[in-house]
Ligand binder design. Structure first.
Ligand code: UDP
Ligand code: MG
Length: 330
């Protein structure tokens, strides 16, 4: 491991693009300049590349990417064309899995220049300092609208409450080492939520703080509808807490029914009760409680089935210290 850290790293950038013809020329220009600079300074190797993943765009995005890969400075660029629109997370994963065997580390970033191009330098430094994952974290949300800021911040808080571990204010701008990408390839799930999966893998990580800019051109491909869907995806792909809430609710309702029973007896014997009222109310609570509890118990099993079908790795070995001579294969 020490050897890879000493030699100049090969860095791949993975940039998902969906209908991004308005920003792509500028993005390519800025990223190209950044890479040329890093290569000149000997920070990254000459084999490093900027990879654009065309996520089934309906505009001229792929034509632009093809041009970049054949025109002047083509050596810096490569392109992956997905057969249909697979969605942001799938496009990012497609890019990472395609390039993983060619690089020492990969950085994923959006095509619209909202992620700070200069933060790449700090990510590279953090990689040389021994980090396997470097999270790009927004230092403020000044450029966001009031609505976007509040929905986004509540999103992180709600995720935590629901049992999904995510890095606060980190989206999908991050560096991952080859090692992490290899481990990521062992997660065969199709409901993707990369910001939950990467922290789950583990390894030494750090944060790099950056100011997020306005979208350079074009419009957001994440309307509120998609954002809500994404939040639901994050919770249901990572946590069975909602199912546990049902079980707890069931227990609570049974407890309430017991209190209702005691109260019904009390009122009956003190002579204040209506004919038939106590038995009706107590039955409603008890039956409701038992039903909710049963749903919760079924839910617990469904949660287990869900965890099994995902076939995630059960553990990830970070290091194995052993005596070479005892190794049968050595
Ligand atoms: N994107 C994609 N496939 C999609 C939607 C978005 O590859 O189906 C890409 C898009 O081109 C951009 C990134 O994902 O590079 C983030 O999208 P966007 O900037 O529209 O989201 P926002 O920043 O508004 O949340
Ligand atoms: Mg954006």
């Amino acid at each position: 491991m020490m050897e890879t850290e000493k030699k100049t790293m090969t860095l791949y950038l993975v940039v998902p693009c969906y209908n991004e013809e308005a920003v792509l020329p500028e993005t390519a220009k800025q990223l190209g300049a950044k890479f040329a600079h890093l290569i000149r300074d000997g920070r990254i190797s000459r084999e490093s590349r900027i990879t654009f993943v065309n996520d089934g765009s309906k505009d001229g995005t792929w034509a632009l990417i093809s041009q970049l890969c054949s025109g002047k400075g083509a050596r810096l660029f490569c392109g992956i064309d997905l057969a249909h629109n697979a969605g942001h997370q799938a496009a990012v994963l497609a890019g990472l899995m395609t390039v993983k065997d060619r690089c020492d580390a990969a950085i994923t970033m959006d095509a619209d220049l909202q992620d700070d191009v200069d933060a790449i330098d700090q990510m590279v430094d953090a990689y040389y300092a021994g980090n396997q994952v470097v999270y790009g974290v927004r230092s403020s949300r000044k450029t966001d609208s009031w609505f976007k800021r509040h929905t986004a911040e509540s999103f992180y808080k709600f995720m935590k409450l629901m049992g999904t571990e995510v890095v606060y204010n980190h989206a999908d701008f991050r560096l991952m080492s080859r090692r992490v990408l290899d481990e990521l390839s062992r997660f065969p799930e199709s409901n993707l939520f990369l910001r939950g999966m990467i922290p789950m893998i583990g390894f030494q990580s750090t944060n790099v703080y950056y100011e997020r800019h306005e979208r350079f051109a074009g419009e957001s491909k994440y309307p509120l509808r998609k954002m809500l869907h994404f939040a639901a995806e994050g919770i249901t792909s990572f946590s069975v807490k909602p199912l546990k809430i049902i079980t707890n609710l069931g227990f609570l309702m049974v407890a309430v029914s017991i209190i209702m029973f005691l109260w019904a007896f009390f009122t009956k014997f003190t002579g204040h009760s209506e004919q038939g009222w106590s038995s009706t109310v107590c039955s409603i609570w008890l039956i409701g409680g038992i039903q909710t509890l049963c749903l919760g118990i079924i839910g617990e099993y469904i949660g287990k089935i869900y965890a099994e079908v995902k076939r995630r790795p059960r553990y990830i070995v970070a290091e194995f210290l052993h005596d070479e001579e005892q190794d049968p294969e050595a």
